[in-house]
Design a protein around this ligand. Structure first.
Ligand code: ZN
Ligand code: FE
Ligand code: FE
Ligand code: ZN
Length: 268
């Protein structure tokens, strides 16, 4: 994995991840990653749910990533500062505030919330989602929000594109109509996206997104990142062999890197 980058990893501040960021750096070094970035779940303007850092904990997040950065220097691993930001309609002003709260290397846009009540990838919300929405309705709603998130231009790259497939609930037939608008939006706004290997570790057992999405995105010239979505040190770089094969099959020869929200492309 020499020269590869993992930009999606969490910290214990979100209450569902484990291990100090320094432990993630150590695994990155062992696995030959030369650059990683932390992107824990963003604070909300008020208490919202129990799976993110609070605004009070935010300074500690910056400290922890800084501790990891210093540790990384001794191990030859560059450490970047990012954040996985939840997009919900109407939250744009708050997200705008977040962009000013640190010298970010990148911000990741995520859609987890289908509504202010329902989280598409939360196991405890699954039965309620199934009761209220057909798979088709979930996909329509999700991709509409995903496109809106992209159009805000608040994000450097978008997370786990086809996340609603996590539990294997997927509409039948051609899915490209659902995400065509998001591909156009990424193309028009210059927003990148990630292959997220966490899907391999979930019931669906696949990368996010599908190879079809990758091919269409590649043809539209949309830049790519690979992330493990690590919630424990042993997840760092997990599944990257599969992600690289998929990226190459789709025709990608370069991956995006971010520093102070400036994007560069490097061969892989
Ligand atoms: Zn998480
Ligand atoms: Fe996420
Ligand atoms: Fe994540
Ligand atoms: Zn995630």
């Amino acid at each position: 994995m020499q020269g590869l980058v993992d930009y999606h990893m969490h910290t214990p501040l979100c209450h569902h991840a484990e291990g100090h960021p320094q432990a993630y750096v150590e695994v990155a070094a062992e696995r030959g990653l030369t650059e990683i970035g932390f992107s824990c779940h963003s604070p909300m303007m008020a208490e919202f749910d129990d799976w993110r850092m609070s605004i009070e904990e935010f300074p500690r997040y910056l400290e922890m990533v800084e501790e990891a950065r210093v540790h990384g220097e001794t191990l030859g691993v560059a450490v970047r500062l990012g954040l996985e930001v939840d997009y919900l309609p109407g939250h744009d002003p708050w997200i705008g505030e977040l962009t000013k709260m640190a010298s970010w290397d990148y911000l990741i846009g995520s859609v987890h919330y289908l509504t202010t009540e329902l989280v598409v990838d939360h196991p405890e919300h699954l039965s309620q989602v199934e009761k209220l929405y057909s798979p088709e309705a979930v996909w329509e709603l999700y991709w509409e929000l995903y496109e809106r998130a992209i159009r805000t231009k608040l994000f450097d790259f978008m997370a786990h594109p086809d996340l609603p497939k996590k539990f294997g609930r997927v509409p039948e037939g051609d899915l490209s109509n659902y995400y065509a608008g998001s591909l156009i939006a990424m193309h028009e706004t210059g927003t990148a996206y990630e292959i997220n290997t966490a899907g391999l570790r979930k019931p669906v057992g696949e990368l996010y997104p599908t190879s079809e999405f990758l091919s269409l995105a590649r043809r539209a010239g949309i830049a790519l990142v690979i992330g493990s979505d690590a919630h424990a040190p042993e997840d760092v770089g997990a599944g990257f062999d599969r992600a690289i094969t998929a990226a190459k099959e789709a025709g990608y020869t370069q991956l995006a890197r971010f520093e102070r929200r400036e994007r560069t492309l490097t061969d892989f």
